[in-house]
Ligand binder design. Structure first.
Ligand SMILES: [Zn+2]
Length: 326
């Protein structure tokens, strides 16, 4: 499974930070965040909201573009190791310069430098999706959307929203999604992880996204499942994350296989892998052993993922060709 070529569309850059990397940075900078680690050196937290605050504490070590260059390099080395040929990562102006455009450009240049180096070396090809943090509110999302609109290009290709799903309604963020759409960015939004089908419908109506981060709770409404299959809206599914955070008790309860059977497009991702003690290879192994997914199923899921990827036509074609060769 490790060598099978993979496409990963749902990964938070800071959430992919290896704990040893964050511990090393904290030591370099004399920042005491020892309380976020357990005795084995992994991240430690009680529940989803505590996870968000541990995540934000880990981010305090990422103080400048240089740290993000090193982070991106470390994350891409791991992605390449996991067989990921193409990936997209969420990037938040809130963690990269606090919404200041000049600072944001410097962070993006550093991150893109690491991404370009990975691509040149034959490793994972990476694109960036700019995501304001929902629980910081719609006003804070405006400078983030401005940063996204000003840096749209061959690296920044998408716009989304992450953070606590119960903070506000999708319509509160329609303005920033309209801005991003007008700037030429493709759109996704976290929805249907902690809230149910109504929230997914509101998100699709008000934010007009082509993909949903998670979206798994659509499973509770058969009519919505049918609509998703018809519209081709892709669900960025992160099974290990969902089980770890208790959206589902165990993988056998997870609806990913039902979605595939009903014709809903899905992709497979890790979300925040070290936080959820997972890797892309582990996700694939678990899907194979739980639902009997074989290489052909994974190949189809990955081709679908590339069809929904936020990239140029040449990259899409090259990646699909690579997937079909294996
Ligand atoms: Zn996520």
């Amino acid at each position: 499974m490790k060598n099978l070529p993979k496409v990963e569309l749902h990964l938070h850059l800071e959430g992919a930070a290896p704990p040893a990397f964050i511990r090393g940075l904290a030591k370099e900078k004399n920042i005491d965040i020892s309380e976020i680690f357990d005795e084995n050196g992994g991240y430690k937290y009680r529940d989803f909201n505590h996870f968000l605050s541990v995540y934000e504490a880990a981010c305090t070590t990422l103080t400048g573009p240089e740290e993000f260059y090193r982070l991106t390099k470390a994350v891409l080395e791991e992605s390449t190791e996991q067989g990921v040929i193409y990936g997209e990562t969420f990037l938040s102006p809130d963690f990269c310069g606090g919404g200041d455009l000049t600072a944001w450009r410097e962070y993006m240049a550093a991150i893109k430098e690491a991404a370009d180096a990975s691509a040149t070396a034959g490793g994972t090809i990476l694109r960036g999706i700019v995501t304001p943090i929902r629980h910081f509110g719609p006003e804070a999302a405006k400078p983030a959307a401005m940063c996204a609109a000003e840096t749209v290009g061959d690296f920044i290709t998408g716009f989304g929203i992450a953070g606590a799903e119960d903070a506000g309604e999708p319509r509160d963020f329609a303005y920033v999604f309209d801005m991003a759409r007008e700037a030429g960015l493709e759109l996704t939004a976290h929805a249907g992880e902690w809230r149910g089908p109504d929230h997914i419908r509101d998100t699709l109506r008000d934010l007009k996204v082509s993909r949903l981060g998670h979206g798994v709770r659509a499973a509770e409404d058969p009519a919505l499942v049918e609509e998703l299959a018809e519209s081709g809206v892709m669900l960025e599914v992160c099974p290990g994350s969902n089980v770890f955070l208790g959206v589902y008790e165990k993988l056998t309860d997870h609806p990913i296989n039902m979605f595939v059977e009903k014709g809903v497009k899905v992709s497979v991702s890790t979300d925040d892998p070290p936080f959820f003690h997972t890797t892309m290879t582990r996700e694939y192994e678990d899907l194979a052993s739980t639902f009997g997914w074989d290489e052909e199923r994974f190949q189809n899921v990955n081709i679908d993922s590339m069809q929904a990827a936020f990239c140029d036509a040449a990259t899409r074609e090259a990646m699909i060709k690579k997937l079909k060769e294996t």
